[in-house]
Every structure is written in C-alpha cells, then in structure tokens.
Design a protein around this ligand. Structure first.
Ligand code: ADP
Ligand code: MG
Length: 200
C-alpha cells in the first residue's frame, strides 16, 4: 500500500541490519520524491547526482540545479563535521527538498545530535524540508528523531529494541517480531498497519 507521506514531514525507518530498510527506501520512497539529498555513508544509492564534498554539493544545487543528489562523504573525513556542513547548507540554501539520512545513528548519536540537524528536524516543515531517517539501532540515535516523526516504518527488530520503540509509538509494532522476513509495520496518526514483504 502507498504511504501517505508528504515530503515535508518526518519519517523514521527502523529495523535491524539486513531487515530491508534501505531496499524499501530505494524502491518505494526515493522514486516518489522529486527533490532530495541523500546522506549515503555506505555508498549504496544510485539514480541521482553523486557528490562527495560541500563545493560539489553547492555546484550541483546552485549552478546545475540538480534535484536528486546523493552525498557520499569521502572515506577518512570526519563524518560528523561533514554532516553538519551538509545540514548547514540545507538550512541556508535548500527549500522544498527531502533530506534522507541512512544510518542516522552514526551522525546523530543519543544526546549528541548536531544542532544543525536538530534544526532541520524541529523547524524543517516550516522551511519546506522533510526528513527520512533510517537506522538499525533505535536506542543509539537522538530521541528528537523519534519524538518529531509523524510517520514510522518498522522492519524486524530485536525484542529489546521493539520494547524501546513501542514506548514511543504503539505496542502493535511488535507484530514484526513473528512476521515473515522483510515484513514491516507502518505507524501514522495512531494507526498501526501491517504489511507483507515488498515483492521485488
Ligand atoms: N522484500 C524483499 N524481498 C527480497 N529481498 C529483500 C527484500 N528487502 C530487502 N531484501 C534484500 O535483503 C538485503 C538487505 O536489505 P537492506 O534493505 O539493504 O537492509 P537494511 O538496510 O535494513 O540493512 C538486500 O540484499 C536486499 O536486496
Ligand atoms: Mg541499510
């Protein structure tokens, strides 16, 4: 079923590693988004303009007018510093975009979320900036990401993680514990919807 996800809102996608988060993002979410910047720390996305540095990002957006951008930070650079620069650039220059952050626990750890990213999450809707945050470790990334999300997708998670996530959303999400591989739950506006695996 299609998600009722306006691209200026916030969506959090949870699931243990290999549970199907990124695949869902690539095949269902991203193709439906007209303008996006993906923070792609694992170099796994394609289909957009790939950039590796802030000057390349600036040139792609402001000179070339690219609308689909994949930011792959150069290995060995300080990811947090780089991520903060990307967030700052978005706040200053970008409107009407969705910022997609895969492996968000790596750049926004619990209680150490960069201020710039927090700003995108808390005030982004007013600026026309949406956010999709994906993570395999719900207990490790900053709680702001959970509390601000209007939409949640949950793929398979350990019992401990599910217990933690239920606390923020709804007990019904624990359906994924016994569901077939790659199944997922969509939670929005107080409603839990269970879904079979994507048919790839
Ligand atoms: N619905 C599905 N049916 C079959 N294979 C899938 C499905 N979803 C994901 N996969 C495969 O499982 C592997 C892990 O998926 P991925 O989305 O990368 O996991 P995650 O991002 O949660 O770590 C990939 O090889 C992917 O192609
Ligand atoms: Mg992934």
């Amino acid at each position: 079923m299609p998600l009722d996800y306006p691209t200026n809102q916030r969506l959090v996608v949870l699931g243990q590693t290999q549970s199907g988060k990124s695949q869902y993002n690539k095949t269902v979410l991203v193709p439906d988004i007209e303008r996006y910047i993906i923070w792609d720390i694992k170099y796994e996305y394609s289909g957009g303009k790939v950039v590796h540095t802030i000057p390349e990002l600036k040139s792609a957006v402001t000179t070339k007018g690219c609308l689909k951008i994949i930011y792959q930070p150069i290995l060995g650079t300080n990811r947090i510093i780089e991520f903060r620069k990307v967030c700052k650039f978005i706040i200053l220059y970008i409107r009407g975009f969705t910022f997609i952050v895969d492996e968000v626990q790596m750049v926004a750890p619990n209680n150490k979320i960069p201020e710039e990213f927090k700003e995108i999450i808390t005030t982004g809707a007013a600026l026309g900036i949406g956010c999709i945050a994906l993570s395999q470790r719900p207990q490790l990334f900053d709680k702001t990401i959970m509390t601000q999300a209007e939409h949640v997708l949950v793929f398979f998670l350990s019992s401990k993680d599910l217990e933690y996530v239920e606390h923020y959303f709804d007990k019904g999400i624990s359906w994924v514990k016994t569901a077939p591989k790659y199944s997922y739950v969509y939670y929005h506006a107080g409603v839990v919807e269970t879904n079979p695996p994507l048919n790839l």
